[in-house]
Design a protein around this ligand. Structure first.
Ligand SMILES: Cc1cc2nc3c(=O)[nH]c(=O)nc-3n(C[C@H](O)[C@H](O)[C@H](O)COP(=O)(O)O)c2cc1C
Length: 329
């Protein structure tokens, strides 16, 4: 039985957190993960506020175990979502793409556990200073918005510099990864791409197949779809975005720059539609499909319960094997 500061803090059975994912982390997925003993996190991105409130209540009807809600910092509906999360007394709030001190402070006032996702040491230090209760350290290999430093360097670096529990994100899909993350100083793992490839995930079946076929080299990062560096699975939309970026690089600097700005509501709405068409409706070339390099290690679709049980068994086995293989004389 692996117990860590994270399992204690979140009152969960296993140190496994399902990453907040807009569109993908729906009621089914969130409830299934929490029921299986991990922490499910409901995504808010592209949900109407009323829909978010209903979904929170629906998760609660399906499980009496803890779960969280993810907010994307900079989302125009962020304040409204956060009010709903506070009113509904959700125990955990996760936030990606930034670390607003106001949100951490408001979470604290309402007794919520606040867990920002960060991709640099500087952001982790600031999050701790602002009062975060735990921090997801997300390596560059992660799906979705991401930084430039991989988990193997970033995780132990941050873990040695902050005192709050850190959760390892970016590139994790199994128990070997969990054992490695614990060895590097984490108190648990945060899996996005892997949980998006479970039976309970709403990803369209043909998209799940595309992810399963993808190798570790079939992802790329672009700013062109959301305005910030974001890692997607290669499809026609991504190839077009990369070609556009290349053309922009080669353009004389006097010409105006184009590209999406995250604050532009219309563009966000369009991006949301495209994400929905591709991820949920199976039009594999319509929109960006966030996914991490770890797709190269995933070859089947387990249920959340199978995934969590397998991960825990593998981690215990890996830790036991290392202990018995290591001989000091
Ligand atoms: C399909 C998908 C959608 C995502 N959407 C969000 C989101 O809405 N908010 C957020 O904070 N992070 C989002 N992320 C990033 C994840 O929360 C997490 O940090 C990342 O998936 C971890 O790396 P991994 O994909 O290697 O497991 C998304 C990731 C994926 C794969």
């Amino acid at each position: 039985m692996i117990r860590t500061k994270l399992t204690e803090m979140l009152h969960i059975q296993y140190p496994i957190v399902q990453a907040g994912m807009g569109l993908v982390a729906d009621v089914n997925l969130t409830a299934a993960v929490s029921e299986a003993g991990g922490l499910g996190i409901l995504g808010s991105y592209t949900r109407a506020p009323d829909e978010l409130r209903n979904d929170i209540r629906e998760v609660r009807a399906r499980t009496d175990r803890p779960f969280g809600v993810n907010l994307v910092t900079g989302d125009p509906l962020e304040k409204e979502y956060s009010r709903i999360v506070m009113e509904e007394r959700i125990p955990v709030i996760s936030h990606g793409r930034g670390n607003p001190a106001w949100l951490i402070e408001a979470s604290r006032e309402h007794g919520l556990i606040s867990i920002p996702t960060v991709g640099t040491l500087a952001h982790a230090l600031r999050a701790q200073q602002d009062g975060a209760d735990a921090i997801v350290i997300q390596g560059a290999e992660a799906g979705g918005h991401t930084g430039t430093v991989g988990s193997i360097v970033l995780l132990p670096l941050v873990a040695s510099r902050v005192s709050v529990p850190v959760i390892a994100g970016g590139g994790f899909c199994d128990g070997k990864g969990l054992a490695a993350a614990l060895a590097l100083g984490a108190e648990g793992i945060y899996m996005g791409t892997m949980f998006s490839l479970t039976r309970e995930s709403p990803l369209h079946q043909s998209v799940k197949e595309l992810y399963l076929e993808a190798s570790e080299e079939d992802t790329a990062v672009t700013t062109l779809l959301t305005g910030k560096p974001c890692r997607f699975i290669r499809n026609e939309m991504l190839q077009a975005a990369l070609a556009q970026a290349e053309a922009q690089r080669n353009r004389p600097s006097t010409e105006p720059q184009t590209g999406a700005s995250y604050g532009d509501l219309a563009k966000i709405a369009r991006a949301g539609d495209r994400f929905r068409a591709s991820l949920l409706e199976g039009d594999r070339s319509a929109g960006g499909m966030p996914g991490g390099q770890v797709v190269g290690r995933i070859d089947h679709i387990p249920s959340c319960q199978e995934l969590i049980e397998r991960t825990m068994n593998e981690a215990e086995e890996a830790i036991g094997r290392l202990a018995s293989q290591t001989r000091w004389s």
